[in-house]
Write a protein that binds this ligand. Structure first.
Ligand SMILES: [Zn+2]
Length: 478
């Protein structure tokens, strides 16, 4: 072989290895000398050896075990920490920018699904250790195109569980469809299930009757119903057998005592001002808050707080890490959309930000109370909404919960085992045990002692494939 051909071949293979691919792993992979984070016991294990064959974990032995290491590619992790891959339960994977279109002289809002943005998000999610997600509302055709590309190995991305467009009292092209009668609700749910929906997402504009028909329709079709609510109080929706609630924003007038309700409604401006105006009248240790906690204990909903989505809005009058993170990791067209006009604080005056920040301790107190219940507590970010960048925002969510006072062990369980169970995948995801899928996070430091250590990512294992620092940087676009 002539040197020039050899050089070209070497160059070609070097280029090939520089590309992070999603091909199936070959042979066994052994991770030796690693502490397993046992969040359910709030402790870490002694040094262990973890063996992966194909896409599954096959053995967990004491460090150095011969049968664990035999004929495998052995990675010595030198006392690092191993935890299951993270699960973001509120990530709008395929969502494009929110924009206006003229239709017969009227401005119509829309947000179309976008495969390029989905791919951008997917790479950064993996780069930050998010190996599974629930898309709580989006285009189902785009979701199934994404799934197919991950399955055939042409795209590196998380496993996805998808809801269709949210079902509401009005259409918003690409985001929401209207169901004004029980028949329309039944049809909307059936069509979404036929198009591959794993969940049905019900929305704030539905009357109590329509919400109930949505929950019943979802159950007739064998799907859980999850809702974003404001008018209907959470305990009332849970009594209708609603399976899940999103956002720690329970801003129903029915959760205020009569005097507080009157004084709120007398001055309420509605819209996103409610995100703080309602809390000004709510006591997170009062009787209505006790009712919320009791309803969580009784019905055990799947819940994600998405604190980061609200906090990012509450501080957006300042330079924030959320904006920095968005600048680095959000898709440029979404970023431009947020800089142009679309945020949760459109129209807010300086004093509104001051008032919003003043109620934050109440949100924190409610988070602590709810995350202490036996409900199916998970984590979500509302990725692709303003300033919520893929992957890194789940670490911000964990930090916000820790700052509120939620114990790190509870946060880590919410990000892994609880979420896997809630997705009906608790027999193969969310745990480190033989037979489980090898979606793993290797950390330089113990996340139980400080939640910020989830950011100290040494490597990610995705379906048994080891992704080291270079691969992760490449996925994050760094
Ligand atoms: Zn959302």
């Amino acid at each position: 072989m002539r040197p020039s051909i050899l050089a070209r071949l070497l160059l070609a293979s070097a280029l090939a290895s520089a590309q992070v691919t999603a091909q199936r792993p070959e042979g066994a992979l052994t991770l030796d000398n690693v502490h397993i984070v046992e969040a359910e016991h709030a402790r870490t294990s002694a040094l262990m050896c973890v063996r992966v064959e194909g896409e599954r974990l096959t053995r967990i032995d004491a460090a150095g075990s011969k049968s664990c290491r035999r004929d495998a590619r052995v990675v010595d992790l030198r006392g690092r920490y191993l935890m299951p891959g993270l699960i973001d339960m509120h990530a709008h994977l395929t969502l494009g920018p929110l924009e206006f279109r003229r239709e017969r002289g009227r401005a119509v809002m829309q947000a179309q699904a976008d495969d390029t943005i989905a791919e951008h998000n997917a790479r950064r999610l993996i780069g930050f250790g998010v190996t599974t997600l629930r898309n709580p509302g989006g285009d189902l055709a785009a979701a199934s195109r994404f799934k197919a590309r991950v399955a055939d190995g042409s795209l590196v991305g998380p496993e996805t569980f998808n809801a269709g467009p949210v079902i509401n009292n009005a259409d918003l092209p690409g985001v929401a469809i209207a169901a004004r009668t029980a028949d329309e609700m039944e049809r909307a749910v059936r069509e979404q299930v036929e198009a591959g929906a794993d969940w049905i997402k019900l929305y704030t504009g539905l009357s109590p009757e329509r919400l109930k028909s949505g929950i019943d329709a979802a159950h007739r079709h064998g799907r859980p119903a999850v809702a974003h609510l404001d008018g209907v109080a959470w305990p009332d929706a849970l009594a209708m057998r609603l399976d899940g609630i999103v956002h720690l924003m329970p801003i129903s007038p029915n959760l205020l005592d009569p005097d507080a309700r009157k004084s709120w409604q007398a001055r309420a401006r509605g819209g996103t001002y409610s995100f703080f105006e309602w809390w000004e009248h709510f006591d997170p240790d009062g009787p209505a808050a006790d009712r919320l906690v009791a309803s969580f204990q009784q019905h055990r909903p799947v819940f994600d707080a998405t604190l980061v989505a609200f906090h990012a809005a509450f501080v957006q009058d300042r330079d924030t890490t959320y904006k920095d993170d968005a600048g680095r990791y959000a898709h440029p067209r979404l970023l431009a959309n947020w800089h142009d006009w679309f945020t949760f604080a459109v129209g807010w005056k300086p004093e509104d930000f001051v008032r919003a920040r003043a109620i934050w301790p109440k949100v924190q107190r409610m988070a602590v109370r709810l995350y202490a219940t036996d409900a199916r507590m998970t984590l979500g970010t509302d990725m692709s909404n303003p300033w919520i960048a893929p992957g890194i925002s789940l670490h911000s969510e964990m930090q916000l919960l820790a700052d509120a006072g939620v114990p790190t062990s509870r946060i880590l369980l919410s990000a892994t085992r609880n979420a896997a169970d809630a997705l009906g995948a608790g027999n193969r995801l969310g745990r480190i045990a033989p037979g489980f899928e090898a979606d793993l996070l290797v950390l330089d430091a113990n996340p139980l002692t400080d939640i910020k250590h989830t950011r100290a990512i040494h490597a990610v294992v995705l379906n048994g494939k080891f992704l080291g620092a270079d691969a992760l940087d490449q996925l994050k676009g760094e």
